[in-house]
Ligand binder design. Structure first.
Ligand code: TXA
Ligand code: MG
Length: 318
């Protein structure tokens, strides 16, 4: 195996079996989910989990999402209240992460939860990830497969660009279908709190929960990873306003631009293209020495909210 690049595994039975073996051996494997690629390790293995933090350059106070195959597996590591169960039944498997009280005998490696009394759990829908979870037979801790603070990866090539041989293998199932990370909710009897806008539109959730309490304050302990600056390309990103000379211009809907999130003005398409377009815009800007990437603010509805959140955190003030 060359030591410059990770092994790329095909998303077939053999590739999934090899990925499962690596994970059981405490290695890191980048895995496809319907939202973004995850950097997975056995959540019960402390050494393996420590490798995730090292590979991403992620601060130890920022806990990881634990991926499990179904609600009963979630019950083994967390207390699932009736409010949480209603959400799980409506949206799992899918682009939803629930922050729940950690069960005393959960068996997770302590760094996974960064010392919090809660754990973030997700049941992903991607068939390859589901097959992998079944084969590994252990919960998988997986943050997005990008260096900390940078743009998430929605293709195997993004993973390799960002993490190189810090990851042992990439299970390549092609581009992710949703394109932005999961929505994070903290269900409470007194009302469910929204900790991160994401791939599950707020409108769909509120149809079940009623109005959500948004708790999107950057840097709050409740969602340690929601730091203000995040998802940043290596070239300044300017959000909204008129393009200035020399900038790489990203568009949405009809109009002149270098790269378009969705010519049809479709928010779902914009979400699934978001990180690819930003990776491409970054390469273009570096290539032509552009001073910045200019991106429009999108309508605040459906996946537009999650896209605007990512763009806001990626942008350079001023
Ligand atoms: O779609 C996704 O959610 C992807 C795929 C791979 O599942 N994962 C992902 O993970 O986006 P990551 O680590 O990039 O973002 C997880 C977020 C972070 O902001 C982290 O602070 C927050 O979840 N989080 C994790 N555990 C938490 C907890 N116990 N309480 C509050 N927030 C938590
Ligand atoms: Mg992330």
């Amino acid at each position: 195996m060359p030591d410059q690049v990770p092994t790329i595994l095909a998303a077939d039975g053999d590739g999934i079996a090899r990925a499962a073996r690596l994970l059981r051996d405490g290695r890191l494997v980048a895995v496809p989910t319907e939202t973004v690629y995850g950097l997975a390790a056995d959540a019960t293995n402390e050494t393996a989990v420590a490798r995730i933090f090292a590979a991403k350059g992620r601060p130890g106070f920022n806990p990881l999402i634990v991926h499990v195959p179904d609600l009963s597996a979630a019950r083994r590591i967390a207390t699932v209240s009736p409010e949480a169960e209603a959400l799980a039944r409506a949206f799992w498997p899918g682009a939803l992460t629930l922050v729940l009280p950690l069960a005393p005998d959960a068996g997770l490696a302590p760094p996974v939860t960064a010392g919090l009394s809660t754990v973030a759990i997700r049941v992903p829908a991607h068939p390859v990830m589901r097959a992998l979870l079944a084969e590994v037979g252990r919960p998988l801790a997986a943050p997005s497969a990008n260096p900390s603070g940078r743009m998430s990866a929605t293709t195997a090539a993004h993973v390799v660009d960002g993490l190189g041989d810090a990851v042992d293998a990439v299970l390549d199932a092609g581009p992710c279908a949703v394109g932005v990370e999961s929505t994070i909710l903290a269900p409470r009897p007194e009302g469910t709190r929204l900790l991160r806008e994401g791939g599950l539109p707020r409108e769909a959730i509120e149809a079940i929960t009623g109005p959500l309490t948004a708790d999107l304050t950057p840097g709050r302990v409740e969602a340690p990873g929601q730091m203000e600056r995040h998802y940043a390309p290596r070239v300044p990103l300017r959000l909204g306003g008129a393009a200035e000379a020399g900038e790489v211009v990203v568009g949405f809907g009809a109009g002149d631009c270098d790269l378009n999130l969705s010519e049809a003005g479709d928010l779902d398409e914009a979400a699934l293209r978001l990180f690819s377009v930003l990776h491409e815009a970054e390469a273009m800007a570096l290539d032509r020495g552009a001073p910045a990437i200019r991106v429009p603010r999108l309508p605040e509805k459906g996946l537009g909210r999650a896209i605007n959140d990512r763009l806001q955190r990626a942008s350079t003030p001023g």
